[in-house]
Design a protein. Structure first.
Lengths: 425, 461
């Protein structure tokens, strides 16, 4: 007997160790998942925050009347057509006293974003007194310069791998020494739509596109889904038809999102001839996707309303329909709202079906109607990621941050509504 | 008549109808000094009239919106001179698109004058047809509301009528799910059938060569394209396998820890954190896989002297695995917690430790449910698009090496369909053949998974 007991005692050490190990593995699983989350957020935020600021270079611009207005006529049209790129380059050259050849001035002119010539021409048209005078102005740096300023470690790379030449780097350092460099809020990013130049591209166009798309999604899916949920949960008789309906809704919830895109392409675009890339089509496709989510949320929040409410209403002479619409549904509204917001936030992050219906185009204008061509926030992220220019990497990450902020806001709202208005029975 | 004036007239008409119907019923009731009054409350009479007005107007409006493009195209074709149609290769569709796209307020210099003329004509009939349609719809609405107000009498049970209409509307809304499913199946099947007219069904399903480039001009070399989908299916499975390799252990161990070991406070902190992973949009995972994980793996493996494709299956699959973790963990968590307590108590009473109970009692009991969770996760993984589009390759390599670049069904669908293409080449139709394969594969997995989960649930309920 003691022999057996000893064996148990002996085995206990190993069993306890394996117990501790097993528990540790479980904890490790959670820890790894948690670390992944942190890594994703860190890699997005560390890169994305750079794009919220952009580099400006101080240039003492000489508005040379020889270039702007050689005839001295002060004509708006002539001023607009003047070569302002030359003015910028000539003014930049004055920063560096050494003699510059033609090639050098080309390299020098690539310091400043191509949008600044237009900016200067508009400035001169409005302030004609400046022609022939000097003015210190902060001009938007080009994306390559911006990237180097934001990522100082890139200065150590070889000349081919760096975005700028050794000569340009030397000038950049000189500008930096003269304190003629500053970082400022990237206004373009928050106010403009897509562009081929990273420093001029913005998220606003796709935000508006996403907003228009989600508006259509909400208008289409919310009433239909609530109606379907109310019918299935409260009024439907138990028969083959309603069973079939339920199976269908559950299957629809599990269909891969890209299949909805194929449906939109085949039916909405090719059969119904709705416009490509338009928020209205995107909204319709996403509405079909969101439908099951809201139906399921509606049903579960109707289910949580206690039967005594229905019985009391029916006991006082209400019909079944009246008891549901006048008494049960109002009590279920907070739950339905929560489910709807969560469904909308999912629709906001969805991009695969939008690729199928052509909301993946290069669009420089901010959309204004439901029929305009537009992109959506996640699609814009995908588009920027697929662009080769180095400056878009940070823009992509910044787009992700904007998307995540909106998702956090929407989910926060859902949690707030749940905690504030939802009744526990 | 523009849309908004039409809209406000309809709203006004609706409110008036409701008000008038209710008032008429009230008046009828007040005329009766003794005896039974109207069978329903007066407001139901107003609501009934309102409902019929709205339903009829919406019905006509929907019919108009969907038939308008076809009618206008027909009228426009009648107006275009035959010579111009012939100039455009005999197909008027492209010409119609050009005419519609012509901006008449800012005409591009050098545009064909006939096109300008037709664009103006199109603009005219566009506005005219809208006005006519809106007038007809208004007339119909007016007739319906007069008719339903006239119906108000002592014989008419308005409440029953309103409730019946409402319930029918609710049923109609519920059937949209069926309509969507039918729409998906039909649209996929029709386009896929057109594809199989051009490409043999078995060549597609069992072919080993996938290169969907079709000729841009006639007689080009390699103009046929090859549509053997085996490399794509194998790539999809490889990436799914990598994803499961990451997700199943982490998800399962997390679920076991949360369900069996964690204190309630720990559980209520970590469960939402895991669910955040499920809420992160897939495009963010795609970005993470392409920008962070891909280069990291390349450097990391390079340290040991190996080479790895920059769009390797392991980067895309691994990140997809992270996305899948919460699916496995929360589904398994539910299943594990559904195992009855008396099984655990029995095991503890026999002297088993907690981990022995989990390994020998709980996991076997929960296995069917966990299998269901894994199947659901697999169906999710093969349908996932953005991660693989951003981080996996486009070339169809037939390989089992996760360090090489492979492609998936969803990547191919996206690459085949993004961009402007004519809609009857085998290349674009192939996307629908892939789509229908994907649809049925996920449907099959989901049905089996739900069966397993349900059957298992019944056993313990």
């Amino acid at each position: 007997m003691t022999n057996n007991l000893d064996r148990v005692e002996l085995s206990l050490v190993g069993r306890k160790r394996s117990e501790r190990l097993f528990k540790f593995y479980g904890f490790l699983g959670i820890l790894i998942a948690f670390l992944f989350l942190i890594t994703i957020l860190y890699s997005v935020i560390s890169q994305g925050q750079k794009a919220f600021f952009t580099t400006f270079i101080k240039v003492n611009i000489f508005f040379d009347s020889e270039i702007i207005d050689p005839q001295n006529q002060r004509n708006d049209e002539d001023i607009r057509y003047a070569n302002f790129n030359k003015i910028i380059t000539e003014s930049l050259k004055k920063k560096f006293p050494e003699n510059l050849n033609k090639n050098d001035s080309k390299e020098l002119s690539s310091f400043i974003s191509s949008s600044e010539a237009d900016y200067l021409s508009e400035f001169v048209v409005k302030n004609k007194d400046y022609i022939g005078k000097y003015k210190n102005m902060w001009l938007l740096a080009s994306s390559n310069i911006d990237v180097i300023v934001k990522n100082p470690e890139m200065e150590d790379l070889d000349e081919e791998d760096r975005l700028i030449s050794d000569k340009q780097l030397g000038w950049l350092n000189q500008i930096r020494l003269n304190k003629e460099l500053k970082k400022e809020l990237n206004k373009n990013f928050f106010t403009k739509a897509d562009s081929t130049e990273p420093e001029q591209a913005g998220i606003w166009g796709s935000l508006v596109g996403s907003f228009l798309t989600l508006l259509i999604t909400l208008i289409l899916s919310f009433p239909v889904a609530v109606a379907a949920g109310v019918f299935l949960e409260e009024l439907a008789p138990k028969n083959k038809f309603t069973e079939f309906l339920e199976v269908n809704i559950n299957n629809l919830a599990a269909v891969p999102s890209i299949i909805f895109g194929l449906l939109g392409l085949a039916i909405f675009l090719n059969i119904m001839h709705l416009p490509r890339s338009a928020p209205i089509v995107g909204g319709m496709v996403l509405a079909l996707m969101t439908l099951p989510t809201i139906i399921i949320a509606t049903r579960s929040s109707l289910k949580s309303v206690p039967p005594s409410i229905r019985e009391a209403a029916i006991g006082l002479g209400a019909t079944r329909f009246q008891s549901v619409v006048d008494h049960v549904l109002p009590l279920a509204i907070p739950g339905i709202m929560t489910g709807t917001i969560i469904g909308m936030s999912r629709a906001l992050g969805e991009s695969a079906p939008l690729l199928m219906i052509g909301m993946v185009a290069f669009i420089v204008d901010v959309p204004t109607t439901f029929l305009d061509s537009s992109t959506a926030l996640p699609v814009q992220i995908y588009l920027w990621k697929s662009t080769a220019a180095r400056g878009f990497v940070e823009l992509t990450a910044a787009g992700v941050i904007v998307l995540l902020v909106f998702l956090i806001l929407m989910n926060g709202l859902a949690v707030f509504i749940r905690q504030k208005f939802e009744k526990k029975w | 008549m523009g849309f908004w004036s039409f809209f406000f007239i309809i709203v006004f008409l609706g409110l008036t109808t409701q008000w008038y119907g209710t008032n008429k019923a009230l008046k009828l009731n007040s005329n009766i000094k003794e005896g039974p009054k109207l069978p329903s409350l007066p407001s139901y009479y107003g609501a009934n009239a309102f409902l019929w007005l709205v339903i009829s107007v919406l019905l006509f409006l929907i019919v108009w919106v969907f038939s308008k493009p076809h009618i206008l195209d027909y009228i426009l074709i009648q107006n275009i001179p035959k010579a111009l149609i012939d100039e455009f290769g005999g197909t008027p569709n492209m010409l119609i698109d050009i005419i519609k796209a012509t901006d008449i307020s800012n005409i591009f210099p050098g545009t064909n004058p006939i096109i300008i003329e037709n664009a103006l004509y199109y603009n005219k009939i566009d506005k005219l047809s809208d006005s006519i349609a809106y007038s007809i719809i208004l007339f119909v609405g007016l007739t319906v509301s007069i008719f339903s107000i006239n119906r108000i009498s002592f014989l008419f049970k308005a409440r029953q009528a309103v409730e019946k209409t409402n319930i029918n509307l609710l049923i109609l809304c519920s059937t949209i799910a069926i309509i969507a499913t039918i729409g998906i199946i039909l649209s996929l099947i029709f386009e896929a059938l057109r594809f199989f007219e051009k490409v043999n069904f078995f060549d597609f399903l069992f072919g080993f060569n996938w290169s969907p480039q079709t000729a841009i001009r006639e007689g080009q070399v390699a103009s046929d394209g090859a549509f053997g989908a085996i490399p794509i299916f194998s790539g999809t499975l490889l990436i799914t396998f990598v994803a499961m390799f990451v997700a199943i252990p982490i998800g399962l161990f997390s679920a076991i820890y949360l369900a069996e070991y964690a204190k309630p406070s720990v559980r209520s902190t970590f469960k939402p954190i895991l669910e955040i992973l499920a809420g992160v949009p897939t495009v963010v995972y795609g970005f993470f896989a392409a920008i962070t994980v891909g280069p990291f793996l390349k450097n990391f493996v390079g340290e040991f002297g190996f080479t790895i494709a920059s769009e390797s299956a392991i980067a895309a699959g691994g990140v997809m695995g992270i996305m899948i973790i919460p699916f496995i963990s929360s589904l398994s968590d539910d299943v594990i917690r559904a195992v009855p307590q008396n099984l655990r108590d029995g095991s503890y009473a026999m002297g088993a430790t907690k981990s022995e109970t989990v390994k020998k009692i709980i996991l076997p009991a929960a296995l069917p449910g966990i299998m269901g969770a894994v199947l659901l996760a697999i169906s999710r993984a093969i349908g996932e698009t953005m991660i693989v589009v951003m981080a996996a390759g486009i070339a169809a390599n037939l390989t089992l090496n996760p360090f090489e670049s492979v492609t998936t069904v969803t990547v191919q669908i996206v690459t085949l369909l993004v961009g402007d293409q004519e809609f009857d080449s085998a290349k674009t139709l192939a996307a629908f053949a892939l789509g229908i394969t994907l649809f049925f594969a996920t449907l099959f997995l989901n049905i089996i998974a739900l069966r397993i989960v349900q059957k298992y649930r019944e056993k313990y309920d």
